[in-house]
Design a protein around this ligand. Structure first.
Ligand code: ADP
Length: 300
């Protein structure tokens, strides 16, 4: 069964078309990441899917309109969620847990997201990462079937982010459907079964990370730095160019690298360094959005 189905969803704010013709299905148990530049429509789509904004088109969660789903089945972390400064993680999770007939024990949830040690500190005195993890805890406390997280790891340091990743991986392994937005391509690649790219309010591509990379990521590249003679490119059994002494070889697998170094050694060519890089989801992002990652920026 589908956890989420959206058909031709649109939303305009005055003259601004925030979303247009978005259709999407997320299966139960799937982890789906929405990515795209600031202003692409991610938050608007999350809000349309969860019934927290009106939209054109049709949305169903577990086969019924979002506002008819029993609320304990959904865990939602809005992007701008800001709890009161003078509450502690324990009080916050207690409060959110109290909204449901059935919820997980507060201590267990705080432990899960790694804020147990700061459970009794004021929210305002937590680090950015602890704050965001506390917010995620409030979305987890009802043990939802569908977890919707708008930028769960923005502002979280690398260790805290890894911690959150394992929390989400555990939830996913237990069968929770997860829909998240992120600016972090490593996060999308690691967590998501499928990734949807939003640009200008439209879903421009949806697929598994591997298939997106194969289709839009370009080739693997081998760079050899040094004083490489121009003619060397012709001796290689791969497409290659030499520019200012730097050799670039395209479409080489790791197993082929030895063939390249053999040619360098046969020609008695010394080199300073050799780097090989496989295309990843960042390359897909750049290709599909026509943007650099720094332009894409990280909000919040
Ligand atoms: P993202 O989450 O990808 O950064 P948003 O969904 O926040 O994108 O925004 C998509 C577009 O809709 C942007 O142009 C934004 O300025 C506009 N927008 C979003 N929310 C509102 C609102 N409440 N009022 C007016 N314009 C809005």
């Amino acid at each position: 069964m589908e956890a989420v189905t959206a058909t031709d969803v649109g939303r305009t704010y005055g003259e601004t078309v925030a979303l247009s013709g978005v259709s999407l299905a997320v299966s139960e148990g799937e982890v789906f990441a929405l990515v795209g530049p600031n202003g692409a429509g991610k938050t608007t789509l999350v809000r349309a899917l969860t019934g927290t904004t009106d939209s054109e088109g049709q949305v169903e969660l577990f086969g019924v309109p979002p506002r008819q789903v029993p609320r304990e089945r959904i865990g939602l972390l809005p992007q701008d969620f800001g709890p009161p400064d003078r509450l502690t993680p324990r009080e916050l999770v207690d409060y959110y847990g109290g909204l449901y007939d059935d919820s997980l024990p507060t201590g267990e949830v705080l432990d899960l997201v790694g804020v147990a040690d700061s459970a009794d500190s004021y929210y305002e005195n937590l680090s950015g990462g602890q704050q965001r993890r506390t917010c995620v805890a409030t979305a987890l406390v009802n043990d939802p079937d569908l977890l919707v997280l708008d930028e769960p790891t923005t502002g979280v340091d690398p260790a805290g982010r890894r911690r959150l990743w394992s929390v989400l991986e555990e939830r996913a392994a237990a069968g929770t459907t997860i829909l998240l937005t992120t600016h972090d391509m490593a996060e999308a690649e690691r967590l998501a079964d499928r990734v949807g790219f939003l640009a200008g309010g439209e879903l421009v591509s949806v697929d598994t990370p591997a298939r997106l990379i194969a289709r839009h990521g370009g080739e693997s590249l081998l760079h050899v730095e040094g004083a490489i003679p121009d003619g060397l490119a012709r001796d290689l059994p791969f497409p290659a160019t030499v520019t200012d002494g730097r050799l670039t070889v395209r479409d080489v697998s790791p197993a082929d690298i030895a063939d390249v170094t053999a040619v360098l050694e046969a020609g008695d060519v010394a080199y300073d360094s050799l780097t090989w890089r496989e295309p990843d989801l960042e390359d897909v992002y750049l290709e599909l959005t026509g943007q650099t990652l720094s332009e894409g920026g990280v909000s919040g």
